[in-house]
Each structure stands twice: as structure tokens, then as C-alpha cells.
Design a protein around this ligand. Structure first.
Ligand code: SF4
Ligand code: SF4
Length: 379
């Protein structure tokens, strides 16, 4: 079998397979990455969502026997939304990060990896694969970097010259011995913009991310959001794009190459108030196909309360106070108390005092106190 010819054939068919960029690398050990991951664990920079076994994350031979190469794939996603609805007084809106627009990219990339597997298997029947996207053991970015898809940038994204950092990544380990591509040179240079503008200082020098400080991670947590981050999350419901939108390498890049990734404006930038009381069923029906829904409705609803507080949206106060009084989840009642205090006014004060008298949950009582203090501070 001429694997260089097959490699070329794969590259020639990438577009028809619905893949925007393909790179090849060896299936060797990711030794540098291993040191970095251990260091991240020591510094407690990890989010907890990742595969905990560092060996599995860095040794492809633990995932597929006798691996010879890894094929990295990239699909570009849009950075701009046509007909984006405006957030205005009385009709405040939140925002899902771009990586959650349209259909869940895990589904789409899995489909493309399957197409690629099929394409290769038709030509090499003994080919074996282990494919993964995001939640797999391997680190997509480390694979993409080594396969020359782009460089590993200071904002912790892979930046491709063609699509900027607006790309989803996936990969497959295979037993076929393809010639590896060369990694790309780092092109961040002396730029430090993303590190400078990160609202929470989550980007640590040297292209490291302190995940626990990153808004993208914080928007996915289910508990109370720590006080110091509440003002920073703004109206973000899921994810954060700031370190990508400021990047000069992304300037002017807005690719609409896949129908699946087209945002539905009313879902990507939804009205906040209806989210507060949305049922599980409606949430699943409306948002279930978006990657941003993977943690369920609770984090999104909590973030919606924080966003309404951020806007100091008085018209939403009755809905917020209903959550304070009636929601069975302490995180929702407590965050509503804090949001009511932030918005302020006599109605908020009365409701907070009333709830204080009947509330049993200590965390919620703590948030009610915070709300009452905010009333005096912000009025
Ligand atoms: Fe900072 Fe947002 Fe980038 Fe996270 S996603 S590193 S919070 S700018
Ligand atoms: Fe690199 Fe500058 Fe983009 Fe950050 S903003 S990723 S430093 S080019």
C-alpha cells in the first residue's frame, strides 16, 4: 500500500467529506504534554471535566493497539450571527459562546470522523481506528498542534492560518503508517492581547490556562458562582469568547461552511427572563441539540439571573422574586436573592426580608444577607 498516495487522496477528498483541514502526526507519546498536564494538576489549573488519567491522555498505544499515526481534523465555525436580536431594556438577552452555536459539534465531528473512517476502510480493509472529539482521552489541541493544523496560541486555542481559532477539532488514531506533517511555527510573537484582556486573569503567561478562573468553565458549574466572578460574567450564559474575539489573527474571519453550525439567533442570544422558569422538557426541546446544554438547564438559569442583575433589569424583578420564593433549588433561590439586591428597590427589599424570615437553607440565607447589603450599597 502506498500510504503517501492514500494521504494525498484523503487530503483531496477532505472537502467532499465535509472536513476543512486535515493533518497527520505520529502515534508517539506526548511527552512534553505529559509534563504540562502534571504541572497543571499540581497548580490545580484543571477544570475537572477532563480525563483524569494522564497516561491515557498522552499515550495513544493505551487507546488503540499498535497505533502508527493520528489524523487530526478541523471544521471551521462562524464568528458572526446574521440578524442577531438586540438586547434592550425590558427585553434583555444572554449569549451562548460561538462554539455552542448550531448543532452540537461533537455530533457533527463524529459524523465527519465516521465518513473519513469509511473512506479509508474502503481503500484499506484492515485499517483500524479510534476516533474522538473533545471528551476523548487525547488532548485535541496537542494532537492538532503536532499534526500542523495550527499553532498553540497564548489564548490556549489552536490558531489556523485559514480559519483563525474558530475551529472544532477531532482526531482518530489508526494503525496505518502515514507520513507525519510538520508542526507550525508559533505566530503570536510579541502580542499579548488575549492575556491582557481576559476578564478574570485566567490566561497565565506561557499559554497556560487556569481553568477554574476561566469564565468558559465557570458558566458550566452548577453551584453558587463565587462572588468575585459574578460581575465578570456579564450576560454570558455559556462559554466566553473574549480571548478569541480580540485576537488579531481572527480579524475578519467569519466562515459559514457547515449548515449545522449556523446559529439560531433566538437560541444563541435568548431572552433571559423566560429562561428562569423554563421546564426541563422545554429546555431539552429548545436547547438540547446545542453543546451548551450538556450540563442541563441549571447553570444556564443561574447565569441568566446573574445577567439580569448585570443589566439591573427592573422589569425582571417580579420573575426573579418568584424564583426567590418558589424555586426548589437553593442555588437558584440564593442567586435570585443576590440579583434582587443588585437590582434594588423597595419591592426587592421587602421580598428579601420576607424570604429571610422563612428560608431554611443556610447558603440561601447567606445570599439573602448579601442581597440586603447590596441594596444599601448600590442604592
Ligand atoms: Fe479568559 Fe474568557 Fe478566554 Fe477564559 S475564555 S481565558 S475567561 S477570555
Ligand atoms: Fe496570540 Fe495575540 Fe491572538 Fe493572543 S491575541 S492568541 S497573543 S495573536
Amino acid at each position: 500500500m502506498n500510504y503517501d498516495a492514500l494521504k494525498q487522496e484523503i487530503l483531496d477528498h477532505a472537502e467532499s467529506l465535509g472536513i476543512d483541514k486535515i493533518g497527520f502526526t505520529s502515534a508517539g507519546y506526548f511527552s512534553e504534554l505529559k509534563n504540562r498536564l502534571i504541572r497543571q494538576q499540581e497548580l490545580e489549573y484543571q477544570s475537572g471535566f477532563e480525563e483524569p488519567d494522564v497516561e491515557k491522555r498522552t499515550d495513544p498505544s493505551l487507546l488503540l493497539s499498535e497505533p502508527r499515526s493520528i489524523i487530526s481534523i478541523a471544521l471551521a465555525y462562524p464568528s458572526k450571527m446574521k440578524d442577531a436580536p438586540r438586547s434592550k431594556a425590558g427585553e434583555r438577552r444572554g449569549i451562548f459562546a460561538r462554539a455552542s452555536w448550531g448543532e452540537d459539534y461533537h455530533t457533527v465531528l463524529r459524523d465527519r470522523l465516521e465518513r473519513l473512517e469509511h473512506f479509508i476502510k474502503e481503500r484499506v480493509p484492515h485499517a483500524r481506528f479510534k476516533s474522538m472529539v473533545d471528551t476523548g482521552e487525547l488532548v485535541d489541541r496537542a494532537v492538532a498542534e503536532r499534526a500542523g493544523i495550527g499553532w498553540s496560541a497564548k489564548n490556549c486555542s489552536i490558531i489556523t492560518p485559514e480559519f483563525g481559532s474558530y475551529v472544532y477539532l477531532g482526531e482518530m488514531i489508526t494503525n496505518l503508517p502515514f507520513t507525519p506533517d510538520q508542526p507550525m511555527e508559533d505566530q503570536c510573537g510579541s502580542c499579548n492581547l488575549c492575556v491582557d484582556v481576559c476578564p478574570t486573569g485566567a490566561l497565565v503567561q506561557g499559554g497556560q490556562l487556569d481553568s477554574k478562573k476561566c469564565i468558559a468553565f465557570l458558566t458550566q458549574t452548577k453551584g453558587f458562582l463565587p462572588d468575585e466572578y459574578r460581575a465578570k460574567i456579564g450576560n454570558r450564559l455559556y462559554g466566553c469568547d473574549t480571548c478569541q474575539t480580540v485576537c488579531p489573527k481572527n480579524k475578519g474571519i467569519d466562515l459559514h461552511l457547515h449548515e449545522e453550525f449556523e446559529p439560531e439567533p433566538e437560541l444563541a442570544k435568548p431572552l433571559l427572563e423566560p429562561l428562569l422558569t423554563i421546564s426541563n422538557r422545554d429546555f431539552k426541546e429548545k436547547y438540547g441539540h446545542m453543546s451548551g446544554s450538556w450540563r442541563g438547564k441549571k447553570p444556564i438559569q443561574r447565569n441568566a439571573l446573574i445577567a439580569l442583575a448585570h443589566f439591573k433589569e427592573k422589569s425582571a424583578l417580579p420573575a426573579i422574586l418568584t424564583v426567590l420564593k418558589e424555586d426548589v433549588r437553593p442555588v437558584m433561590r440564593g442567586t435570585a436573592a443576590w440579583a434582587a439586591g443588585k437590582i434594588g428597590g423597595v419591592e426587592a427589599e421587602e421580598a428579601l426580608l420576607k424570604q429571610k424570615a422563612v428560608e431554611k437553607d443556610l447558603d440561601v440565607l447567606n445570599e439573602i444577607e448579601k442581597g440586603l447589603q447590596l441594596l444599601t450599597k448600590e442604592s
